[in-house]
Design a binder for this molecule. Structure first.
Ligand SMILES: Cc1cc2nc3c(=O)[nH]c(=O)nc-3n(C[C@H](O)[C@H](O)[C@H](O)COP(=O)(O)O)c2cc1C
Length: 335
């Protein structure tokens, strides 16, 4: 089992890419599973957790009622603002057992009626996922081969993707060069490139991996419909917690109509609440469902999402938030 988990670790080039041994892991799941935090100061996941835990919530319970979690994203109605993050390489883990965690994740999202994000998969696999569960968001890697990017974006559009995008935060590797994933070279993305990709499709385009006002404004100029504020589970050494830069990015994009999603160590509905209260339109959950997915599969993911929805609902009720359009950041106290 551990050997298999190491395979995923290598394949995702991996995790934060940091090679230090996992010494202390706040993440559940089997030891050796990536991307656990190294616990070292340069590991951005450590700072995510610390930042999240220092956001406290005041109570506004008079007149509060049980909230409605229904959320509209890109014109589609979902049961919750929780979405399942892109997690590639999943099937490498159980390739000999007949299990397909990618299929299980896909079916869990469908049954829970939450948005599913799909990352680095072949077009054939993406087609199969779409056939099984309907539309999702397709995130294409920043390949050095720009024609390949456009081909994958347009193929996803043809299959009816909810939106497409690029994880722009996956350009650098850990050797100070452009990253290489599964033997495929990645490369730089200029603002001009981004504008070209946006123009190559007629559906919403997402820049995934924005962690500054600087990039948010460039993405806006390129014409994106949405961004994900993220550092891709700590790819960036000493990365600032996405929630710490979220408010200034929201302010910089105010009035643009650009949807703002966020991820990064959101392990509970309470964590998700804090991101939503800050003003995110929806949140991506990656490692928060990973051990449930790998250990037990589809039903366990649905149960974890239900638990997170309950926690979200609990904090919404305590703070008088009646639906997902009514969050108010003034309930938050950052220590
Ligand atoms: C094993 C693994 C594979 C991932 N693959 C992709 C990918 O192909 N494309 C992508 O945009 N993000 C990918 N991600 C990043 C997640 O979508 C997400 O941004 C990140 O894990 C942060 O969320 P979390 O802290 O909830 O895990 C991957 C994450 C993991 C753990």
């Amino acid at each position: 089992m551990n050997e298999k988990l190491d395979a995923i670790s290598d394949a995702s080039s991996a995790a934060s890419g940091h090679k230090s041994e996992a010494t202390k892991s706040p993440w559940p799941g089997p030891k050796g599973m990536i991307p656990v935090t190294s616990g070292q100061a340069e590991d951005a996941n450590v700072h995510n957790r610390a930042y999240l835990d220092n956001i406290l919530v005041e109570m506004r319970v008079i007149d509060a009622v049980k909230p409605d979690l229904t959320t509209e994203i890109f014109g589609h109605k979902f049961s919750s603002p929780l979405t399942l993050a892109a997690i590639s390489h999943l099937d490498k883990i159980y390739q000999d057992s007949g299990r397909s965690p990618m299929h299980e994740k896909t079916m869990a999202a469908k049954r829970a009626n939450i948005l599913n994000w799909i990352g680095m998969e072949s077009d054939q696999d993406y087609e199969r996922i779409t056939r099984e569960a309907g539309p999702s968001v397709r995130i294409v890697k920043p390949f050095a081969d720009h024609d390949r990017i456009i081909d994958e974006l347009q193929f996803a559009q043809k299959l009816g993707a909810v939106a497409v995008g690029i994880d722009i935060d996956h350009v650098p590797g850990t050797d100070g060069n452009y990253d290489v994933v599964d033997g495929i070279k990645l490369g730089p993305i200029t603002q001009e490139d981004l504008a070209k990709y946006v123009a190559s499709v007629d559906i919403p385009f997402v820049a995934k991996g924005v962690l500054s006002v600087f990039d948010a404004l460039k993405a806006k100029k390129a014409g994106v419909s949405a961004i994900v504020v993220s550092h891709h589970h700590g790819r960036l050494p000493f990365g600032v917690p996405p929630l710490q830069v979220l408010p200034e990015i929201i302010e910089a994009l105010a009035g643009s109509g650009i949807k703002i999603f966020v991820d990064g160590s959101l392990m509970s509905g309470y964590d998700a609440y804090k991101a939503l209260a800050m003003g995110a339109d929806a949140v991506l959950i990656g490692r928060g469902i990973l051990s449930e997915l790998l250990d037990s599969g589809e039903n366990a993911v649905i149960e974890k999402i239900e638990q997170m929805n309950q926690e979200l609902s609990e904090l919404m009720m305590y703070t008088n938030v009646k639906d997902t359009k009514s969050f108010d950041s003034s309930v938050l106290h950052i220590q």
